[in-house]
Design a protein around this ligand. Structure first.
Ligand code: URA
Length: 248
């Protein structure tokens, strides 16, 4: 079982990998920064939005524009701060002109989000809007039908309480959606107070049985290991500045 500190270090390594990502050539060419996510790397509560907008792309942090201000305000109403939760997006790069994420971009980026969920281990995940709700439920049902309907869902190796919410940007423009978003938000403290959902059994790999010729090669391993380590150290990425990562 990895400690919170070890998981945080692993999360930084994923951040580092994502910040050099070129899986979506257009997004890699047009972004200013990769917006990995920010908040408490051991949070019980995680929010997943859609994609960075202009302010997020400029600052390298999620939900720092108008929608982000509303998100912080709603958190305040339930007695939480941004530093208590982790906030991420389906896409880590801004789509040009804030267009919708493309299916191929979502597919290219989903592995970063799944690894974030695995390392942060939230008990409650609030999806914000259609894109994250559809991705994390692996189903095309939209947010209008699903908002406020909490489900226990297994996402990769973790089982969480998934609580779909309207996207705060939508609520900025439509008063009735804001009222609904506030009502759905008000249920979050009760969800956090529940026992964590039971986790799936970890998949245990069977012990490896070495063939005789592999055992011989194993004996040469120390030299190879030193070699490999030297290459890794030479290519070791620069440490990630904490402020840029936005971890608290
Ligand atoms: N909208 C999102 O979905 N994510 C952000 O980070 C900002 C606005």
């Amino acid at each position: 079982m990895r400690t919170a500190q070890e998981r945080r270090e692993d999360l930084k390594a994923v951040f580092h990998e994502a910040s050099a990502c070129t899986r979506c050539p257009q997004l890699a060419a047009t972004r200013t920064t990769v917006v990995f996510g920010s908040g408490n790397s051991d949070a019980d509560l995680m929010f997943v939005g859609e994609a960075p907008g202009r302010s997020e792309d400029e600052q390298g942090l999620p939900f720092v524009g108008q929608a982000g201000r509303l998100l912080s305000e709603l958190l305040g109403e339930i007695g939480l701060e941004r530093s208590d939760v982790f906030v991420a997006n389906v896409l880590k790069c801004r789509p040009p002109g804030n267009r919708d994420p493309l299916p191929q971009e979502i597919a290219n980026c989903e592995d970063y989000l799944f690894r974030q969920l695995e390392l942060i281990r939230p008990r409650v995940v609030c999806t914000l809007g259609n894109f994250s709700t559809k991705l994390l439920r692996a189903d095309p049902t939209g947010i209008t039908r699903l908002h406020g309907r909490t489900e226990v869902r297994t996402i990769g190796p973790r089982t969480v309480r998934l609580h779909p919410l309207y996207h705060p940007a939508a609520a900025l423009y439509t008063r009735s959606l804001l009222d609904t978003l506030k009502a759905d938000f008000a249920r979050i403290p009760d969800l956090l107070a529940l026992d964590p959902p039971p986790q799936p059994e970890p998949v245990v790999a069977p012990p490896a049985v070495l063939e005789p010729d592999l055992i011989e090669r194993e004996e040469e391993a120390p030299a190879l290991e030193v070699e490999a380590r030297r290459v890794e150290e030479d290519e070791a990425p620069a440490p990630v500045p904490e402020a840029q990562l936005g971890l608290f």
